[in-house]
Design a protein around this ligand. Structure first.
Ligand code: TEU
Ligand code: CA
Length: 549
């Protein structure tokens, strides 16, 4: 059994994890202070979001120097100490490599701006076409994806913020520079890497207008993507490392290659289709209740599909770009605890490596901000304006949409205790903390055997204790009720049957389920008839039952 299959990864959004010096911003030394907590939770890897030198227009995903530490987060000595101390806690580190673009403050881009041809070729500069942008592609953060530089008489491409210029991967010198970044961190003792939007790096030779969409069909899983990944991984010797690629709007066919061991590309992939089941007409900024039939269909497609192609998934609900799962797919009021646990079990018992995003293990909810001034994210502030100015929404409508969809929902500081600033900082937190941290916090949940935290801890441990969770085959089953997602894992004659009620009402199975000689491996409800033969007819609100037999 390969190590990463029974491992759990914990994602740290550094700015919001733990502030060691009272400036209101999480930092490297804050992570060091919490290694005991993370070891106790049982996680094997930490993915830490970028802490490299950056003007922070996109909270560190705009990197100005891949080999220097942003003073806001600490020093290189702090990072060295973190690497050493994490090892002592049996925890491996994964660093976040943002290789699709650099900050426009990066030395390479600054040299390009002076007209230096070597560095202009590090980026994607194009002449104007008929006096305007080379294509009509739309930036992921809103507006046209090209920015004009008057002194050069050319536009550069930025698929994200205007301060994030896309790198030119066609240039072998660029590829070599980025390999050197990996080599540097590898030599420091880092064990893994998360590659930001890595399936966007290979742009087509000819850039053309998109009259059907925003341009993504031309550069997503682009023409030389598999070649570039193989080269990056092969030339830096990280084929055996823990690697995960963030795949934006990707296809199953491509992921079957990205994450199949024979291809020697990546260990696993993040895909996001299941996190769009509440996007009306596929639009992030249009609200809709989650479509659970679509969710089931996507799980079947990606779980069984990746299995059929011997490829491996990362499984997750939350990250620093997503609203909190319990607010989005569960019920963050009446059935807060039940739904947070059910959602955790639903993905942790699937086939793939689970990722826990900081605070998810506590059941942290969206903060419920009521004013635009409470938001910080560039995407949210851009779209607040676009929704009102270009789409004619009222202020209330725009706030409702941002309230459901903002990336800041997932970026609120970690809740360590019930005190005013949740034990995150002695200063003023950079982003507001949800009021319910008075009961949703580490200190209180650690004392409560029935807490969301205790449940997550159990999920992490079960993966280590039961090979069937890490290595079993998966097959989705029809529970005879659209409000239930159910699947079975099988290995060496054993079966693990998992039933999840996605609703806050009782839901009955089409046919009652019995498991001769079986036992409940984990559930979010007290079992009245422990010791008796297992029989399930009805699932209570947000109930999950996992039966091993
Ligand atoms: O995210 C890629 C990405 O596509 C999301 O930001 C997406 O736009 C978002 O989920 C809204 O739909 C990665 C990072 O995770 C993100 O934080 C960065 O802003 C982005 O790349 C640029 O580096
Ligand atoms: Ca700090």
């Amino acid at each position: 059994m390969s190590g990463f299959r029974n491992s759990t990864v914990y994602q740290i959004y550094i700015k919001s994890f733990c502030d060691s010096n009272g400036d209101g911003i999480g930092d490297i030394n804050g992570i060091r202070q919490k290694l005991d907590y993370l070891q106790d939770l049982g996680v094997d890897y930490l993915w830490i979001t970028p802490f490299f030198r950056s003007p922070m227009n996109d909270n560190g995903y705009d990197i100005a120097d891949y080999l220097a530490i942003n003073p806001m987060f600490g020093t290189m000595e702090d990072v060295d100490a973190l690497i050493k101390e994490a090892k002592e806690h049996n925890i491996q580190l994964m660093f976040d490599m943002v290789f699709n673009h650099t900050s426009t403050s990066h030395e390479w881009f600054q040299k390009a701006l002076t007209g230096d041809p070597k560095y202009m070729d590090y980026y994607i500069f194009r002449d104007p076409v008929d006096g305007h942008a080379p294509t009509n592609w739309v930036s992921k953060f809103g507006g046209n994806a090209w920015e004009y530089v008057p002194s050069l008489g050319k536009y550069y491409l930025h698929l994200f913020d205007v301060s994030q210029a896309d790198l030119n991967w066609e240039n072998p010198e660029v590829r070599e520079e980025l390999k050197n970044v990996i080599r540097f961190w590898k030599a420091k003792g880092v064990s893994g890497f998360r590659f930001d939007v890595v399936n966007l790096i290979s742009k087509p030779d000819v850039l053309e207008d998109d009259f059907q969409g925003d341009g993504r069909r031309f550069y997503t899983d682009g023409p030389r993507i598999h070649q570039y990944l193989k080269e990056l991984v092969g030339d830096t010797g990280i084929a055996d490392y823990m690697t995960v690629g963030e795949m934006s709007s990707t296809s199953l066919d491509n992921c079957l290659r990205y994450a199949n061991p024979d291809e020697k590309e990546l260990k696993m992939v993040f895909s996001f289709h299941h996190l769009k089941v509440d996007y009306k007409d596929g639009q992030k900024w249009a609200l809709m209740d989650p479509d659970f039939n679509e969710l089931r269909r996507l799980f079947i497609k990606w779980q069984e599909g990746m299995q059929d192609g011997s490829a491996w998934n990362a499984v997750f609900w939350c990250n620093h770009d997503q609203p909190r799962a319990v607010s989005r797919f569960g019920d963050d009021k009446k059935y807060w605890k039940e739904s947070a646990k059910m959602l955790g079990a639903l993905i942790h018992l699937m086939r793939g490596t689970p990722y826990i995003y900081e605070g998810e293990e506590l059941g942290i909810t969206n903060p419920g901000y009521t004013d635009i001034s409470q938001y910080q994210d560039v995407e949210s502030t851009n779209y607040y304006r676009i929704l009102m100015e270009e789409e004619g929404k009222t202020r209330e409508e725009a706030l409702e949409i941002i309230g459901a969809r903002s990336r800041d929902n997932g970026r609120t500081p970690m809740q360590w205790d019930g005190s005013e600033n949740a034990g995150f900082t002695t200063g003023t937190p950079w982003l507001g903390i949800p009021d319910n941290h008075t009961y949703i916090n580490v200190e209180d949940e650690a004392k409560d055997p029935d807490s969301v935290l205790a449940f997550y801890k159990k999920l992490v441990a079960l993966r280590k204790e039961n090979e069937i969770i890490a290595d079993g085959q998966i097959r989705f089953t029809d529970a005879g009720n659209d409000n239930i997602i159910s699947y079975v894992r099988t290995l060496n004659g054993q079966t693990l049957s998992v039933f999840c009620n996605l609703r806050g009402t009782d839901q009955s199975l089409g046919e009652s389920f019995t498991a001769p000689g079986g036992k409940i491996l984990i559930s979010n409800y007290e079992s009245a008839d422990a010791g008796k033969e297992i029989k399930i007819d009805t699932l209570r609100p947000f109930e999950v039952a996992a039966v091993l037999w």
